[in-house]
Design a protein around this ligand. Structure first.
Ligand code: SF4
Length: 199
């Protein structure tokens, strides 16, 4: 629960802004047990924790991933992250890379530092942390790919990713936005609908 960004098009903003009001906190073992049980009941081959930013509590997340692997080594754990923590903390990225059941999806909100600031309301310098996360995962041979919101993608991001490794571009995923009325209102307030049309 919670996030270090404030994306205009975040669909899980209620739990992000008021994590204490919604839901229950669980120990890593309980989370892992529930994930494995759900996967078995439905015949899923992969599990993930979705909504908000799962890397905020590094020890908790690592324990969840490792416990899932102990309970069912055949299950893939997909970590969806904005990459900020992985960019700040190379040892954390290295620890994730040692998990044999893990695949990381690094989600970029846009392709330039200027747009990053508009979309997330966080300093444009943090855009570099996302790129550093990709560098750290690449350096440690982690299983990962990069996704970017298609409407706000930019050539600049492709150039920077290509400098880390051309292979990253081959697996680049373009994500389509789903814009609900409440999201559209926040995007309009931040001038993003206009920006979308300019790209
Ligand atoms: S990174 Fe994800 S959870 Fe965080 S604000 Fe952006 S869309 Fe929401």
């Amino acid at each position: 629960m919670g996030c270090n960004l404030d994306c205009a098009f975040c669909w899980s903003y209620r739990t992000r802004i008021h994590p204490e009001r919604i839901g229950t906190f669980y120990a890593p073992e309980e989370v892992a047990q529930r994930l494995v049980r759900i996967a078995r009941e439905h015949g899923f081959r992969a599990v993930r924790i979705s909504g908000n930013e799962p890397t905020l509590c590094t020890a908790h997340l690592l324990a969840v991933i490792q416990t899932v692997e102990q309970l069912d080594p055949s299950l893939l754990f997909v970590l969806e992250t904005n990459g900020i923590k992985l960019g700040e903390d190379e040892p954390f990225a290295g620890a994730l890379a040692t998990c044999p059941n893990l695949h990381v999806r690094v989600s970029f909100k846009t392709g330039t530092p200027e747009n990053f600031e508009l979309i997330t309301t966080r300093p444009r310098e943090w855009f570099e942390l996302q790129l550093r996360a990709v560098e750290h995962l690449h350096t440690h041979n982690a299983s990962f790919h990069v996704a970017v919101i298609a409407e706000y993608a930019h050539e600049y991001l492709l150039q920077r990713l290509g400098l880390i490794s051309p292979a990253i571009l081959k697996s680049l995923e373009y994500e389509q936005l789903t814009i609900h009325p409440s999201i559209q209102r926040r995007m309009k307030e931040r001038g993003l609908l206009e920006l979308q049309r300019r790209i």
